[in-house]
Write a protein that binds this ligand. Structure first.
Ligand SMILES: [Ca+2]
Ligand SMILES: [Ca+2]
Length: 172
């Protein structure tokens, strides 16, 4: 059994009210009822091939809670870049994974089955995080992104590498 923390490779937020403008990367990432969604991407390439993932948990650090709205986490696709994505070019939210809790501090959500599928598939896992509601309010959460000096978004992964995979990986 091994554990590893994988820091986000890309993270950014988009503004529905300014849908063709790219938000400044390196700012903290927001989900706000009016009008922000966030994207976070992780490369799974540092995991050994043949690894069997038994648990994967998404962590983001919330430093601002407005109102009671929390971030709702959805699977999404990987064809976006923190250097250029806008609201209008961002991938749509896919399957809903669950909610973060309200309040500041580390937020976490178990996303094991999605990470297992992405590791077996294209090797990259992306999430779109949306506010709980829509409407004329700034309610929501703000998180550190990976350009910040600390508290970066990460995946905590627990895995095993089968003995036969280790042996067959060697050149005897
Ligand atoms: Ca970023
Ligand atoms: Ca993917």
């Amino acid at each position: 059994m091994a554990t590893t923390n994988i820091i986000a490779s890309e993270d950014i937020f988009m503004d529905e009210g300014d849908p063709d403008t790219h938000m400044t990367d390196g700012d903290k990432i927001h989900v706000k009822k009016r009008d922000y969604d966030a994207l976070v991407k992780f490369s799974l390439s540092s995991l050994p091939s043949g690894a069997s993932i038994s648990a994967a948990t998404l962590y983001l650090y919330c430093d601002e809670q407005r109102g009671t709205d929390v971030g709702k986490v959805y699977e999404t696709t990987d064809s976006w870049s923190e250097a250029s994505v806008t609201w209008n070019t961002a991938p749509a939210a896919g399957t809903y994974k669950g909610d973060f809790t309200s309040g500041t501090g580390w937020k976490s959500l178990s996303i094991t089955s999605f990470v297992v599928a992405q590791f077996a598939g294209d090797g990259t896992a992306s999430f779109r995080i949306k506010p709980e509601g829509i409407g004329d309010a700034w309610d929501g959460q703000r998180y550190y992104d990976s350009e910040q000096g600390s508290n970066k978004p990460y995946l905590a992964i627990t895995y095993t590498v089968p003995i036969n995979a280790i042996f067959f990986g060697c050149n005897f």
